[in-house]
Design a protein around this ligand. Structure first.
Ligand code: TXE
Length: 480
């Protein structure tokens, strides 16, 4: 069976302990490779390598650093097919989706930050006729990047690309559930000539390898994407050590449909924003709020389309909904559907595990599920399910829907459907969400700040924000 290796100091190496973890393909419910069960010894080696690599990497002329990162992007493009397959084998998502979203966006992340750093600026301020202040920005040092399982290579590169571009050296840990693309990526980095130790990828459990990164005194900043509970644990460890923190956490995002929307477009895109990647995207709209005058019509049109979504083998081009990432996660999602019923919800479609015939008969598939009849405050509408489950609720007034939308502990994203420009601006401004999409979903401009309000996170990633995060400022004041 294939063994995934750590990437430390430019070499592909087994874990120091010699211990391995099973890696499942969730679509077939079977182990298909093994990953290092790394511990603090591996992290120690990775941090040392990163520390040694820092002086040369952080002072390398920007053009040279940029060229190496661009070569890595080219490597991602070259390995497009194998990366898309690996992304699907690890995560259960349709290969078609990995080809359309995950891998192109991973390549774009590398390319964007490789070139953004060439245009990064700092400031100067003249204090009347007395002094000139100029501000420098220097790479922080060794940083930790920890990423989740839902968009494995996409979110992995989203973190490491700005860190590397800014001149930091990195100890990164992908999710133990989806390690394969990061492993293939480490081979791409070697081929691209990334100097040894600049990027180190250590595989293993969050509570062991991940925690060792957070606790390491030489790791000066942490960029993390994952669950809100894990984010709290990380903050509790890192904050007293005064580490810089960027936390991208969960969401319970409202999708608001006003009666003056482009109806067909709102229905079609809502199906995608609800069930894309099996609903395992922190930005999925899981609470659909529909103005009462079009509520019945919307529910009918939406459910008709949802019923047509093909749940099946991720390798099949017709599949729209693949497997959930693990058996544990599938059971969690199914338990939320049971909870919704206990809370008085009516399951209109889905609501159960799907057995896909053929090679996927032991896979972890759940039918796209639509639930009506719940109130805003019930647990189903307050807690992140992170699966193919949405609720639909009616509203009467604009003020009421804003209150509903803002009623959870999360504040990651929101979507508004209306053709009324004034209303779009007015409502968008009142939503407590880090990003608001109007008449679209998941449109991405890498220059914009990305992140959540409330318990959806701390800090902003993307564009200059990410490069600022991975650099520290110094102001030099010279008397004239
Ligand atoms: O996330 P975790 P999981 C949400 C979603 C999901 C829940 C749990 O609700 O059901 O999180 O998913 C590493 N120190 N999101 O269990 O545990 C871990 O190894 C350092 C939302 O996958 O937060 C992995 O690499 N690291 C999210 C990463 O953290 C630790 C996407 C994320 O794992 C650690 C995924 C520790 N103590 C899940 N414990 C989004 N917003 O995109 C774990 N890790």
């Amino acid at each position: 069976m294939e063994k995934i290796l750590n990437y430390i100091n430019g070499e592909l190496v087994p874990p120091a302990s010699g211990q391995w973890l099973d890696n499942y393909n969730p679509a077939i419910g079977k182990v298909y490779s093994q990953i290092p069960d790394s511990d603090s010894k591996d992290i120690e080696n990775a941090v040392l390598a990163a520390k040694n690599a820092f002086p040369a990497w952080s002072t390398m002329p920007l053009g040279e650093r940029s060229n190496i990162l661009l070569k890595i992007a080219e490597g991602v493009d070259r390995e497009f097919e194998s990366l898309a397959k690996a992304e699907s084998d690890d995560n259960g998502k349709p290969v078609k989706l990995a080809k359309a979203v995950d891998i192109p966006r991973a390549s774009a992340n590398m390319r964007f930050f490789a070139t953004a750093i060439l245009h990064f600026e700092s400031q100067a301020h003249q204090t009347d006729q007395q002094a000139i202040n100029y501000t420098t920005r220097s790479p922080l040092g060794v940083v930790g990047c920890i990423s989740p399982w839902n968009l494995p290579l996409y979110l992995f590169t989203w973190k490491i690309a700005p860190a590397l571009a800014a001149g930091c050296t990195v100890v990164a840990k992908p999710s133990e559930l989806t390690p394969m693309t990061a492993y293939l990526f480490s081979k791409i980095c070697k081929e691209a000539g990334l100097p040894a130790g600049v990027l180190n990828i250590v595989h293993g459990l969050g509570s062991k390898a991940g925690q060792a990164i957070i606790e390491h005194p030489e790791v000066v900043a942490i960029s993390f994407t994952g669950g809100t509970t894990t984010g709290k644990t990380i903050a509790a460890t890192a904050a007293p050590m005064f580490k810089k923190l960027s936390l991208e956490l969960g969401g319970k995002n409202p999708n608001i449909i006003f009666s003056d929307c482009d109806f067909d477009e709102a229905v079609s895109t809502s199906v995608i924003s609800s069930f894309s990647n099996q609903g395992e995207i922190c930005l999925c709209g899981s609470r659909i709020l529909v103005e009462r005058s079009i509520y019945d019509r919307f529910v009918e049109a939406f459910i008709t389309k949802v019923k047509k979504l093909v749940v099946g083998d991720p390798a099949d081009d017709n599949t729209r909904v693949g497997a959930l990432v693990s058996e544990g996660h599938m059971n969690k999602v199914l338990s939320y559907i049971e909870l919704a019923k206990e809370e008085g919800g009516k399951v209109m479609t889905g609501g159960e595990r799907v057995i896909v015939k053929g090679r996927c008969e032991d896979g972890y598939f759940v039918a796209p599920t639509v639930i009506l009849g719940l109130d805003q405050q019930c647990r189903t509408n307050q807690e992140e399910i992170f699966g193919p489950v949405v609720t639909i609720m009616p509203f009467d007034k604009e003020g009421e829907v804003i209150e509903f939308a803002n009623s959870t502990a999360y504040g990651l994203s929101a979507t508004i459907w209306t053709e009324n420009l004034k209303r779009a601006h007015r409502v968008a401004h009142q939503l407590k969400s880090g990003i608001v999409w109007v008449n679209c979903w998941l449109l991405r401009d890498l220059r914009t700040p990305f992140g959540g309000m409330k318990q959806s996170g701390v800090g902003r990633e993307g564009g200059w924000e990410a490069l600022r995060f991975f650099t520290e400022q110094k102001n030099i004041c010279i008397k004239l």
